[in-house]
Design a binder for this molecule. Structure first.
Ligand code: GLC
Length: 461
């Protein structure tokens, strides 16, 4: 009887998931729109993108948005009065935000030289401050009351998108569905207890419909007036039809159905093939998965991207510790070998410049990419994906064994033995001798070869 029940249960699950794929425990709905399928395929060739979290919060060098959220982990030890004062001051930060060193052409050129091929920029983060010239609110970078509005580059999102597009980047708009400035999300008549909407949308449909309009108008502006947009990267996973305890620390679980399917459908009328990343929301609008600050253990057979900070925080926080160039390159290779893309976040400072160390990292990554990027771009995963210090990729007739180790001399054993005709070391004009021994190719380097890099690529044909 139990067995029968289980069988019926399983059949029901299979039926209801009929059009989805389950990969490493993730439910993924492949896109049906052919243009989206095509763009997603192109995006999967790019592998390496730049993310930038930048907003008025950068003025005081704190974590993006979260310091105004009353969840315990955000507000620190402030008592209620201190917290309220903090929030009141925070809202005024745009009066002090004047990034006169903002140079999007320089950013785009540096990202391009680093080997990055797409950009995702925070057009609006959870705090609701718009880094674009919306008509829906005055809480925006182009409000004449704020100092930067007079700058010719005031419409920051547009400037960034234009500069990166000039460098052939795919253009991604990060957009937070939750908006802690909108009166339709955190309504003044109700207490704010956590990141969620602070009233029941079912009970106050008028308020909620205003919020849907507000959101959908802003997204429509971004899709209409900012040139070609390739990716809509939607954050604020709690804003979805199916409430999740994961996001609700203090509040009741409310259905926050923002009608995202409709918003994305409309967006695609203006931006055919637009990739929609409704992150952490299972469904058709999540065209790829987005593990955050971590790299999955294994190959994942559906499109995915790790977003990760180059330092500790997403936004610019003074004296933050930056990852080493070697770590960043190893992460990139690890991710690509497992079938993903690497979206590396580098945060601009309040004045619009990047930290010297950030420019330096981008330059160093670029030096490595100059020699080795053929093992990255346009590749697809191949077994064994990862094995010990090796990451594997493939393209055309080649398999690339990337040795994630700095020092190279003597002999290496590559755990790969299929159909080998030649073995070459990318970027070095040297002769290798090799022989297959058991499960390895034993490669011997010239006796005088002893060099350091971040990682070494053996091209196997
Ligand atoms: C985390 C942060 C959020 C940030 C996002 C980027 O969810 O809380 O602020 O925008 O990561 O992936």
């Amino acid at each position: 009887m139990n067995y029968l029940k289980r069988l019926i249960g399983t059949a029901a699950v299979v039926a209801s998931l009929a059009s989805c794929v389950i990969a490493s425990g993730h439910i993924y709905y492949p896109p049906e729109d052919e243009k989206v399928v095509e763009k997603l395929e192109q995006w999967q060739d790019l592998k390496f993108g730049l993310m930038m979290h930048w907003g008025a919060y950068s003025v005081i060098g704190v974590t993006e948005s979260w310091t105004i959220c009353p969840e315990d982990w955000c507000r620190g030890r402030k008592d209620e009065a201190e917290f309220q004062q903090y929030v009141a001051d925070y809202v005024k930060l745009p009066y002090r935000f004047n990034p006169v060193k903002f140079d999007p052409d320089r950013m785009a050129a540096a990202a391009k030289d680093a080997g990055m091929r797409y950009v995702v920029f925070t057009t609006k983060h959870h705090d609701g401050f718009c880094m674009f010239d919306t008509k829906t609110t005055d809480y925006k970078i182009t409000n004449p009351a704020y100092p930067f509005a007079a700058n010719p580059k005031a419409n920051i999102s547009k400037e960034i998108f234009d500069s990166f597009r000039d460098q052939d980047f795919m253009i991604g708009a990060y957009f937070s569905k939750s908006d802690w400035h909108s009166p339709w999300y955190w309504h003044k008549d109700f207490p704010v207890v956590d990141r969620n909407v602070n009233y029941n949308p079912k009970r106050y449909p008028n308020l909620w419909n205003n919020f849907i309009d507000y959101t959908s108008t802003q997204i429509d502006e971004l899709m209409s007036d900012y040139g070609k947009i390739d990716l809509l990267w939607l954050d604020g996973g709690q804003v979805q039809k199916k409430p999740s305890t994961r996001f609700s620390k203090n509040s009741k679980l409310y259905d926050q159905d923002i009608k995202i399917g409709e918003i994305v459908r409309k967006a695609r009328e203006k931006q055919p093939g637009l990739i929609s990343v409704d992150r952490e929301v299972v469904g058709r609008e999540q065209n790829y998965l987005t593990p955050e600050q971590r790299i999955p253990d294994h190959y994942i057979g559906v499109p995915w991207e790790t977003c990760m900070t180059i330092s500790g925080a997403w936004s610019h926080v003074p004296n933050d510790t930056y990852k080493s160039t070697t770590t960043i390159i190893h992460n990139l290779c690890d991710i690509v070998a497992k079938g993903g893309s690497y979206l590396l976040n580098v945060a601009p400072m309040a004045n619009g410049d990047l930290e010297p160390v950030a420019w330096e990292r981008l330059r160093e990554i670029g030096e490595w990419m100059d020699k080795n990027s053929e093992a990255i771009y346009g590749t697809r995963p191949i077994r064994p994906y990862r094995s010990g210090d090796y990451a594997f990729t493939q393209k055309d007739q080649s398999v690339y064994a990337i040795y994630l180790f700095e020092q190279l001399s003597g002999q290496v054993n590559i755990p790969y033995t299929k159909d080998i005709k030649s073995v070459k070391l990318l970027g070095e004009d040297i002769q290798l001798t090799w022989v297959i021994k058991g499960n390895f190719i034993e490669v011997v380097l010239p006796s005088d070869f002893d060099k350091k890099s971040h990682a070494w690529v053996f091209q196997i044909n």
